[in-house]
Design a protein around this ligand. Structure first.
Ligand SMILES: [Zn+2]
Length: 173
């Protein structure tokens, strides 16, 4: 179905960085050979991770950058490479204003999220816009928030199916 998680972690540095880079490149090559999408982990190594994805032509297989916590520029490079960008509950933390701006920028076709208990990512603008169309109704804020959640769930399910080439699932959502 996919190869992952693979990538670079310069926070924990559980392996020497040179080994991490080398293994990551080989795993991308394997994914290209098997034509499987990849699930990419990156922590405190976002720029280098994107650089390797570009150099190793990961565009050919695509995949998802999971639990993204990088800058807008890096998110843009990931989307240009045809990758999905996934956000975890970190995006709801008070100090994560910059990351929320990134989450709002990511186009709906590339948006993914990792479900966290009681924490959900802020609705991106396209979800807000859609909800806005229905706002004149008398449901109030609760209805709008619920609608945004449903819309977000629908879009991320669709993207999940596209990312992992699950045609049958895509038809059901
Ligand atoms: Zn990870």
């Amino acid at each position: 179905m996919a190869i992952g998680e693979i990538g670079l972690d310069f926070h924990y540095d559980l392996s020497p960085r040179e080994a991490q880079r080398e293994v990551f490149r080989r795993q991308i090559a394997l994914a290209r050979e098997l034509r499987l999408p990849i699930i990419v982990h990156t922590r405190e190594a976002e720029a280098e991770t994107l650089g390797i994805l570009e150099e190793e032509r990961a565009r050919d297989v695509g995949g998802v950058i999971h639990c993204f916590s990088g800058t807008l520029d890096l998110a843009r490079r990931a989307v240009e490479l045809g990758f999905f960008v996934s956000f975890s509950g970190i995006v709801a933390f008070a100090r994560a204003a910059e990351l929320r701006a990134v989450a709002r920028w990511v186009p709906r076709t590339a948006y993914s999220s990792r479900r966290m208990p009681r924490i959900s990512p802020p609705a991106p603008p396209w979800a807000e816009k859609r909800a806005g169309l229905r706002r004149p109704g008398c449901r109030g804020g609760g209805g709008r928030a619920r609608h945004e959640r449903v819309e977000l769930g629908r879009v991320t399910s669709e993207n999940f199916a596209r990312c992992f080439h699950l045609g049958a699932v895509a038809a059901q959502v």
